[in-house]
Design a protein around this ligand. Sequence first.
Ligand SMILES: *[C@@H]1O[C@H](CO)[C@@H](O)[C@H](O)[C@H]1NC(C)=O
Length: 878
Amino acid sequence: MSTGTDIVFFLAFVSAFLSFGLNAAGPDAGPASLMLGCGSDNEAKDADGRTWLPDSKFVSGSNSNQVQAQYQDPALTSEVPYMKARVFTSNTTYKLPAKSKQRYFLRLHFYPSNYGSYNAEQAFFSVVANGVTLLKNFSASITCTATTQAYLIREYALAPLTQDGLEITFAVNTGFAFVNGIELVPIPDDLFEKAAFVGGKADDSIDSKSLNLQTVYRLNVGGSFIGPAKDSGSLGRAWYDDNAYIFGANVGVENVADNNTRIEYKDIPDYSAPVDVYTTTRSMGPDKDININSNLTWVFNQVDVKYMYIVRLHFCDTVFTKPNQVVFTVYINNKTAEPEADVIGWSGGVNKAVYKDYATLLDEKSGGDLWLALHPNPDTMPQYYDSLLNGVEIFKMETSKSLAGPNPKPSEMLEKAEEEQKRNFEESKKKDTGSNNKAHVIGGAAGGAAAAGVVAALCIAVYQRKKRVQGGESHSTSWLPIYGNSHTSAKSSKSNGSRHLSSAAQGRCRRFSFAEMKQATKNFDEANVIGVGGFGKVYKGVIDNGATKVAIKKSNPQSEQGVHEFQTEIEMLSELRHKHLVSLIGFCEEDNEMCLVYDYMSRGTLREHIYKGNKTYLSWKQRLEICIGAAKGLHYLHTGARWTIIHRDVKTTNILLDENWEAKVSDFGLSKTGPDLNKGHVSTVVKGSFGYLDPEYFKRQQLTEKSDVYSFGVVLFEVLCARPALNPNLPKEQVSLADWALHCQRKGILEDIIDPHLKGKVNMESIKKFADTAEKCLSECGVDRPSLNDILWNLEFALQLQEGIEPVATRSDSRTRSDSDDATLRNQEMMAIHYSNLSLGSESDLGEVQPSSSSNNNEAAPDSDSAIFSQIVNPTGR
Ligand SMILES: *[C@@H]1O[C@H](CO)[C@@H](O)[C@H](O)[C@H]1NC(C)=O
């Protein structure tokens, strides 16, 4: 195409741009940004309100098709640009308007899905921009699977262009090529300059001013996700939170500067990073001894080897004011990048932002992991032993005009899970077609979830978690989380898809009109969203003229699975009433709209208080009490209701906390019940959340209440170690908390991985009791796992051990007493407390262990826990 036509295109674009008024930074602000929704005929707004233009006039030739995805993954944060794509059956070039000498961010968006006859699993392609290879034999599908993402964005910082116009060629290697969105954003010249070479001589540096770069990571350390619409300098960058990358037992603390803090950009331009990056900090925490003995470490994996990287560290101290108050060493890949980092010394004062660039070569030995570690440096005798970081960006530098790397390998665990699931699925399909071909209908109304859907279902939990980490939305802490696998289901034969609830259920709870629901949530105002899942969104709301705070779960009318889970949840919850189960106030069912109305749990999920963005740390006692509450809720499900109920999705996001820190089990959408459970097990297609799944259930698809016990064991370790059940970013052997904790427990090194905030503040006997209980819950075979009754008893015991500390310690201070006397007394006292506080419930609160108000129980205190244990197990009445 001639330059003349290019200019026409350019003008056409400019006028389109002006008339749409998008991203306009004023007439003199230099070249404008361009956002293309590929395969779309119309301009459309994404979830952030940014407008994407149709791409047809920038792409020539007849080898491309406009296609529509058949299935919307719940982890997609926005329909635009992901639900549409342009598919290329042979090499095709986009010609975009761009200015010579200008640097640009080029972003490519990919959502590997089924697009009619085009299945993204079959697409392998290369992308070249103005002669620079960005991607080579690239599979978006493999990349997303390996990184447990639903979609991916590749960002490149192109070197200053040598001529006007940018040509992006998609070349097919196998199958076809596709793209969902293209963004071109001009960036300031000085965004990339010199970086100090790590491991080189003192002033060795590498100048990246005229290099093509690829953004590999960009994190708002110690803070939360900052979306592209909120970036500084209108550069459209996304800043993810750093929780998934933090490594080791000391994860530090997240600090947020108070609201009226003003961040000063003294020596750096304000487009360096948004204010939020600098107001939120991760530091090591107040404990000097912990700090001096540990590193604050991040591990970035899936980084291509044999490339150079720029590691940009953003700093801003919002607490200290003087140099040499905090001095630390920065290590990158085990090499000293900065021996004495002194943030105040660099920035010139409190609340002043600064960043530093380091260049490092990632060799093959690294295995594709890039390590960043901070350690307090005592050499200069700083006032505090601490280290801190506010943000990190990692950019890959081009090597001989290429930035492409190989497709990643999925972790072994994911691969194994996938194989196993495929096999199970095939088997169950065979069985079903023999008897009843309706038994397993895979795919909801949204359709299109292929045979691998069961795998997808298992992974959704991972997606969802990653979404909060990587693609997260503003409401990143979900109140009522996700139905683990909402979009794929095996319908039980019982459910015929009817939208009518049993009359019994209707009679038991309150019925709301849709108008009332609208009023309660201010017409389902997005600002009230407190959680999101495949079933739909969860809103905060008020009913009864503002008298009662509620959480309203609104179904997505397109999700047939939603209907089923809606019914399950309502039938279950309307029948169950228990202090430790979240209570259902009512429901709304009108036309296609369905809502469930619950008590509002003001403190959110247990997870957010143990590691996910928590501001304060729960004490060991609080943690024990919460676990006890949750165990009581589950115990009631297993034994207290008319039938045994198996929750099937026990995890830390399904344990909610009210304003008094009382734990309540929630989310019964996957629960299983029925008289057939009494025969020992039900056989079913595996559901639940990855990381919590009972291996026995997984292998044999036989569900018993011991599957919940397994998941609860994972919860207990999560509470103890303050880390997620599954963290795909950790080294292989640590990915699964269940495996890692068992490994450490068996080697006797569990102490090394417990939450450092607990160290020194807890009774180690209590920890031991707790860990032993958790270990038993994770027994390979269900029969070896304790019942919830046993668990409850052990947790109560751990609580008494912990409680035992304070009173005895004070008394032994005031009186003189020999150690052994003291120990005996402590033991006896503890048992007495046990007895006075515990009594077995009557028929009405079947099996529930409740605190009793009377404390004049005179039974002699037995001297070993097994004695108490057997009394509870074989109650002889009061
Ligand atoms: C901290 O990291 C450095 C560099 O990776 C390492 O040499 C050192 O042993 C680590 N220190 C601790 C306490 O883990």
